[in-house]
Design a protein around this ligand. Structure first.
Ligand SMILES: *[C@@H]1O[C@H](CO)[C@@H](O)[C@H](O)[C@H]1NC(C)=O
Ligand SMILES: *[C@@H]1O[C@H](CO)[C@@H](O)[C@H](O)[C@H]1NC(C)=O
Ligand SMILES: *[C@@H]1O[C@H](CO)[C@@H](O)[C@H](O)[C@H]1NC(C)=O
Ligand SMILES: *[C@@H]1O[C@H](CO)[C@@H](O)[C@H](O)[C@H]1NC(C)=O
Ligand SMILES: *[C@@H]1O[C@H](CO)[C@@H](O)[C@H](O)[C@H]1NC(C)=O
Length: 286
């Protein structure tokens, strides 16, 4: 996915950051524009291997993610999280090959998707008990590709790329109205649905069937809905927002090689790159 030039730039950037950090830990602020306004990059955690699938716990301010714990050419995933004001991740050990994450912040419940199914955990008092006792299996025998939560848990299976919903009775229901083989799925604040497939990004307006192709990037690693109900997309060259009047994606932040995307309670963007989780805060570096 990454060109060799892109990779060289990333490597150079990593070497540069490491060098300046060992030299002077406090001197590493970097400016960046978000919606044309100056922001600074705050490193939440680093030294990770491809942190993916970010999710924010709005009550305890924890950031969940999955990351690669295998060798570089053999992917093996694990779910971890970072507590507020800490840098070192903790592990959700009980999920086999845990990759996908979705959080239901109204009920304080988090879902973990792995190669064997989906597991559910209550976010309250999470750290108090050994996690294997509190993580419950809710879906069995499906390899989970991606998940999304709005009023219910939606998940995409691998390798079929079909969309399912977990009902309130814990039954799984194929979502036949999305007949495509999809990579991502999200419902925004207007109850409009976004899907992505090999062709690109499509909008399906609430209660309609028409697929509206969006102009702009075609490949994404994440779709995330912010607290206001607006859909954001992480593409190859940056973070984009859906422009629903023009059916196009508008660039919000120019930053390369983003893996995951999330929002904190104030709608500050949290993203991950191949090695770190970064938060973008308004203001300039001193
Ligand atoms: C690191 O940078 C800070 C802020 O620029 C400065 O006050 C401090 O003296 C520096 N420390 C070292 C060890 O260079
Ligand atoms: C958690 O509990 C499981 C099963 O009771 C046990 O096998 C495992 O060693 C425990 N882990 C920790 C970190 O205590
Ligand atoms: C979506 O459509 C349904 C049925 O027409 C309607 O009840 C609901 O309010 C709509 N959602 C939004 C956010 O407009
Ligand atoms: C992706 O979905 C769109 C909308 O349904 C469809 O037209 C297109 O053929 C699909 N692409 C592939 C590669 O299946
Ligand atoms: C949508 O795009 C058009 C054309 O680029 C622009 O004029 C408009 O301000 C955008 N809308 C939003 C909500 O950003």
């Amino acid at each position: 996915m990454v060109s060799s030039i892109g990779l060289a730039v990333i490597l150079a950037a990593i070497l540069y950051v490491c060098a300046t950090e060992t030299h002077n830990e406090t001197h590493k602020c970097e400016d960046i524009l978000v919606h044309d306004k100056p922001h600074k990059k705050h490193i939440v955690s680093k030294g990770l291997n491809r942190p993916y699938q970010l999710a924010f716990d709005k009550h305890e301010h924890r950031i969940f993610f999955s990351h690669n714990i295998g060798s570089d050419n053999e992917d093996e995933f694990e779910i971890g999280y970072i507590e507020k004001n800490q840098m070192l991740p903790k592990t959700v050990a009980s999920v086999i090959n845990g990759f996908a994450i979705a959080v239901d912040n109204n009920d304080d419940v988090i879902y973990y998707g792995g190669s064997e199914g989906i597991y559910k955990e209550n976010l309250k008092g999470m750290e108090a008990v050994n996690d294997t006792k509190k993580v419950h299996e809710v879906v069995k025998g499906h390899n989970i590709w991606d998940m999304f939560y709005k009023h219910a848990l939606y998940f995409i299976t691998y390798p079929t790329q079909h969309l399912y919903k977990l009902t309130s009775k814990n039954e799984i229901e194929r979502q036949k109205h999305v007949h495509e083989e999809i990579y991502q799925f999200a419902i925004d604040g207007h109850d409009d649905t976004f899907i992505t497939n090999e062709t690109g990004l499509f909008l399906i307006k609430n209660e309609t069937k028409e697929r509206i192709l969006y102009k702009g990037p075609k490949v994404f690693r994440a779709i995330e809905i912010n607290n206001k109900g607006t859909a954001y997309f992480s593409g190859k060259n940056g973070i984009y927002v859906a422009n629903k009047t023009h059916h196009a994606l508008d660039l919000v932040v120019k930053v390369k090689n983003i893996f995951g995307l999330a929002f904190d309670n104030d709608d500050n963007i949290i993203y991950s790159n191949p090695h770190a989780i970064v938060k973008l805060l308004p203001g300039k570096c001193d």
